[in-house]
Design a protein around this ligand. Structure first.
Ligand SMILES: [Zn+2]
Length: 298
């Protein structure tokens, strides 16, 4: 078991907006910021969880260098967790644009003191990855939309632009999880599957868990067709209609045994909000990150 201790880094980095473990300067024309999960910093001091903001200079227009054919990073790599991820240089592309920003954020988090940041190639499925001993650095696991761990110093990440980050904490067993839940993943059971993975791996009881549904497209902005309602087990309307995906996920989490008092939902919308996050429906190519990790042993 790798036990990366980052308690000193917490103290050293305190005061940076959002997370105590994020280097403030992205090096890409804007600062790195994040919104912590409300209430968890005080109530669950052994973890940090939050959602990164968009970095100035990115967004709908893409990375300026792409137009000039400048080299951009691509950190996308398929396959199993394979050690520290080299940021391969490739010709500019849409993927490289999004990946370059993600790499900037993960790089800032690693410099801020996290030993490992792990994410995966997301496929809008239900697969959840249980992370034990991981190499240091920016790790990309194979396909999957959920991550859980009991390791300290490991930051679990999902990439988002309207989909729901589902943050999970198990105070009884000192375990954390995060799930990427769009409508497809929700319909496939990513939340239920993730909670099962935590029970299997750490003995997490649903009644003990804390859940937070983070910034995502809201129930007024997210218009979807009848087939989406049907896939989610909702009564399909005759025409496309707005859907509150976080309400659907909340109901599923309650059905899985999470107590109502342990379940919170962000009011922030990635589309009609103040623009601090990316919105796929808003035309953004970029992705922000939902992040959760155990900061130190206490
Ligand atoms: Zn909205």
């Amino acid at each position: 078991m790798t036990m990366t201790r980052v308690g000193q880094a917490v103290a050293a980095g305190a005061g940076i907006e959002g997370t105590p473990l994020m280097k403030a300067d992205s090096g890409l024309g804007g600062p790195l910021r994040a919104t912590p999960v409300p209430g968890w910093e005080r109530g669950l001091p052994w973890l940090w969880a939050g959602t990164s903001w968009r970095v100035d200079g990115f967004g709908a227009g893409g990375w300026p260098g792409d137009e000039d054919g400048a080299e951009a990073w691509s950190a996308a790599r398929e396959g199993e967790v394979a050690g520290s991820l080299p940021h391969e240089r490739k010709a500019g592309s849409r993927l490289a644009t999004a990946e370059r920003e993600i790499a900037a954020v993960t790089g800032g988090l690693l410099e801020g003191g996290w030993g490992t940041v792990v994410r995966s190639r997301q496929v809008h499925g239900a697969r959840c990855r249980i992370h034990g001993d991981l190499p240091a650095g920016d790790c990309v696991a194979g396909d999957g939309d959920g991550h859980v761990t009991q390791e300290s110093g490991v930051l679990l990440a999902v990439t988002l632009a309207d989909c729901v980050p589902v943050f999970v904490a198990d105070p009884a067993n000192r375990a954390v999880g995060i799930f990427h839940a769009g409508w497809r993943g929700t319909a496939a059971g990513v939340v239920e599957n993730g909670l099962r993975a935590m029970r299997r791996a750490f003995g997490s009881a649903a009644a003990e868990l804390r859940l937070h549904l983070g910034p995502a497209i809201c129930g007024r902005c997210y218009e979807v067709g009848p087939e989406v309602f049907a896939a989610l087990g909702e009564l399909p309307p005759p025409h496309p209609r707005p859907l509150d995906l976080r309400r659907v996920i909340r109901r599923r989490a309650l059905a899985a045994g999470v107590p109502p008092g342990h379940l919170t939902t962000s009011a922030e919308c990635t589309l009609c909000g103040d623009g601090r996050y990316y919105s796929h429906r808003g035309g953004d190519r970029g992705r922000h990150l939902g992040l959760i990790g155990i900061v130190a042993e206490r």
